[in-house]
Design a protein around this ligand. Structure first.
Ligand code: G3H
Ligand code: 13P
Ligand code: ZN
Length: 354
């Protein structure tokens, strides 16, 4: 059993200068694909579940699945993380179901649509961090609202995210405010806004510094060199996956994601957690479409799911290699959550903000 907290994993990643992809799951096949990739390259992993995933799969199913994955792959440190928690209850119930880490996304109000005030964000993130740390779980906060610097729009594509036009300043995390936020909330990791957004339709062209503001990450890292930074909306939306979907009956308009080389640059500037969901969805869906088109008589779901799992495994493996995560699983000795709780209580894990 190697369930690890986000804090321990990202501390290790910072010490050895690598990043860790956080892959979203909704079902068993995605969980197995991630773990197979991790095993193939000896990498620790972060698996995360959104609120949507929890209601799709059922909390008990997810909890048992985490337990099963940890048992099947005992040599892979596995962090189970709540993605975009919208309030205290979402975060606390995740921990009760075996998650070792939660994101309290206080950049939006509880409806996950309305941009929140700074004061609201600080207050709720601090409260969740305090409660999670009592039991040794880790907390990711978010400052700045995800959305497009090209259009100024929030990103309601996945049914959550800010709705409508946003002020440019809200779409970019302010470095000074980031220092104040980490000091006041004591979060273990900080998600920042730099022009990325969820889903496939991030950029209408290959992004440059105008629309993907890596300079913001650099500026935050200068002020907060010891804080683990998180990039959301970091799928690369690879051209070959768009092509497979479109070749076999799909109709995805041409789009651009976050280039892997930009993420690798981000890792050199303090990015430690990189959220990826869309790429995994596309890898699987491309194979569903291909099998459906190439073998119209097929009706066994496993004949669709197995190639889909293989495609997702290969995608995950490529990211684990590119981000430098590969080769580190066997070097980590997992600290149990109870011991993490004691460390928080002693003050030894308090963020260094100056
Ligand atoms: O937060 C974004 C992830 O892609 C999760 O999406 O809410 O559709 O599960 P979801
Ligand atoms: P993508 O949609 O770019 O994969 O982002 C996923 C994410 O940020 C989950 O929190
Ligand atoms: Zn996200």
């Amino acid at each position: 059993m190697a369930l690890i907290t986000l804090r321990q994993l990202l501390d290790h990643a910072a010490e050895y200068s690598y990043g860790v992809p956080a892959f979203n799951i909704n079902n068993m096949e995605q969980g197995l694909a991630i773990m197979e990739a991790a095993k193939a390259v000896d990498a620790p992993v972060i698996i995360q579940a959104s609120r949507g995933a929890r209601s799709y799969a059922n909390d008990i199913m997810l909890a048992k699945m985490i337990e099963a994955l940890a048992a099947i792959y005992p040599d892979i440190p596995l962090c189970m993380h709540q993605d975009h928690g919208n309030n205290e209850a979402t975060c606390m119930t995740a921990i009760r179901h075996g998650f070792t880490s939660v994101m309290m996304d206080g950049s939006l109000e509880g409806d996950a649509k309305t941009p929140a005030s700074y004061e609201y964000n600080v207050e709720i993130s601090e409260r969740v961090a305090r409660m999670a740390h009592w039991v040794g779980a880790s907390v990711e906060g978010e400052l700045g609202v995800l959305g497009s610097l090209e259009t100024g729009e929030g990103e309601a594509e996945d049914g959550h995210g800010a709705v409508g036009k946003l002020d440019h300043s809200m779409l970019l995390t302010d470095p000074d405010q980031a220092v104040d936020f980490v000091k006041k909330t004591q979060v273990d990791a900080l998600a920042i806004a730099c022009g990325t957004s969820h889903g496939a339709y991030k950029f209408s062209r290959k992004p440059d510094g105008e629309i993907l503001a890596m300079s913001v990450i650099e500026a935050i890292h200068k002020k907060l060199p010891n804080t683990h930074l998180v990039m959301h909306g970091s799928s690369s939306v690879p051209q070959d996956l768009q092509d497979i979907i479109n070749e076999f009956g799909g109709a995805m308009p041409q789009t651009f994601g976050v280039p892997v080389e930009e993420i690798v640059r981000g890792i050199k500037m303090g990015v430690r957690k990189v959220n990826i969901d869309t790429d995994c969805r596309m890898a699987m869906t491309g194979q569903f479409r291909r099998i459906a088109e190439q073998n119209k008589a097929e009706f066994d779901p496993r004949k669709f799911l197995k190639p889909a799992m293989d495609a997702m495994r290969d995608l995950c493996k490529a990211r684990l290699e590119a981000f430098g995560t590969a080769g580190h699983a066997s070097k980590i000795k997992v600290i149990p959550m109870d011991d993490m709780a004691k460390r928080y209580a002693s003050g030894s894990l308090a963020p260094k903000t100056n």
